[in-house]
Design a binder for this molecule. Structure first.
Ligand SMILES: *Cc1c(COP(=O)(O)O)cnc(C)c1O
Length: 360
């Protein structure tokens, strides 16, 4: 048995899940086994939505495996990485007993899923230093041990702070926590960063899982397609615990079209322009009075501290620009997170904040 299966809830280890009509490998040309309609809906011109979809659409699975450089069996598709986060917490954590470790300020879904599962939430704050916010991996390791955390969520590049967790540090942590925790690396913004994916560490470390999504760089947030990449045996358990038909056929078709060679090339070009706009915005914002600091970012956003964040937020709103108010997050009482948009959007941000400079 793979070592990592010992992290799965004992009561779920032999669980087979729901056997849908689609999951049986029967052959035929008249399909009367799933109570589907024999007619297409008039709105469904291709007729592709008449039947239930494949639980794990094989073409998309293969395409994504190629994109993320893993084997198809190591990959589970779901409704965004949000579903993957939720599945991991449900499958690994026994309610009221097991713990989930997070590194705030960070993406809120890990804590939400932990709460819904009644898992213990362990927080190891990021440390704010000259290089930006960094993850205190020694503290993560010792807290994960003390609390017997089943899951350790690392976000790299981190949302909202923008920093990376170095690959060698992830490998070290995985080795230290082997048999104790699954180290989940959320790479929702990996396309915007200069670091290779933690997927490359998985041949040596079976307790690493990686989350990827089509929601950010691939511009398909509404299609709700995300994946978890992990050890094959763990993927099989997650799959048994997932809803029977997680991916709607129109979304699968859109995702496949959105990952064509031509679309991928355009995505690459757009990512490059976002990165250069990010660097330009960082320089411009840093020079503004009223801006305390702009954190270095490997994502498609910048975290910015202001002397008066409320005034900056209002200025931007008055100019029709909505940014993310981070003031409710720990250590970020004066910060806003600004997504990098089109050049003209970014220009509007700068203009609105310059008006503030003049007013001050
Ligand atoms: C946006 C984001 C996601 C993406 O979630 P989806 O459900 O795939 O849209 C995951 N993790 C982080 C850190 C994010 O910021």
């Amino acid at each position: 048995m793979s070592n990592v299966l010992e992290l799965v809830r004992a009561d779920l280890r032999g669980f087979a899940g729901y056997k849908s009509a689609r999951s049986e490998s029967l052959q035929g040309d008249v399909w009367l086994n799933a109570n589907e309609s024999a007619w297409a809906n008039p709105a469904d011109s291709s007729g592709s939505s008449r039947r239930y979809p494949e639980p794990q659409p094989s073409r998309l699975r293969q395409t994504l495996a190629q994109l993320y450089q893993c084997r198809p069996e190591q990959l589970l598709l779901g409704r965004g990485s949000d579903e993957a986060i939720d599945l991991l917490v449900r499958v690994l954590c026994e309610p009221g007993r097991d713990a989930v470790l997070v590194t705030p300020p960070v993406f809120g879904m890990y804590a939400v899923s932990a709460r819904l599962q009644n898992a213990v939430l362990v927080e190891v704050p990021l440390q704010d230093g000259p290089e930006g916010f960094v993850c205190d991996l020694a503290a993560v390791e010792s807290r994960a041990r003390q609390t017997r955390s089943k899951l350790v969520f690392l976000c790299s590049p981190s949302n909202p702070t923008g920093g990376l967790v170095p690959l060698d540090a992830i490998a070290t942590l995985a080795r230290q926590l082997r048999g104790q925790s699954l180290v989940v690396v959320d790479e929702a913004y990996a396309e915007f960063s200069s670091q290779a994916s933690a997927v490359s560490l998985m041949t040596e470390h079976d307790n690493i899982a990686v989350l990827r999504t089509l929601s950010k760089a691939h511009a398909l947030a509404a299609a709700r397609v995300g994946v978890v990449i992990a050890e094959e045996a763990l993927i099989a358990v997650l799959r048994a615990c997932q809803a029977p038909y997680p991916l709607p056929t129109p979304c699968v078709e859109l995702a496949l079209a959105g990952l064509s060679a031509e679309a991928l090339q355009q995505t690459g070009e757009r990512v490059a322009s976002i990165i250069s706009e990010r660097e330009r915005m960082q320089l411009q914002l840093q020079q503004m009075s009223g801006v305390r600091s702009v954190y270095p970012s490997q994502g498609n956003y910048l975290l910015v501290r202001f002397d008066d964040a409320q005034a900056a937020f209002e200025r931007l709103l008055a100019a029709g620009v909505v940014v993310r108010d981070q003031r409710g997050a720990p250590q970020l009482q004066d910060a806003l997170r600004i997504t990098i948009g089109l050049a003209e959007h970014n220009q509007r941000v700068l203009q609105a904040l310059r008006q503030q400079e003049i007013a001050a």
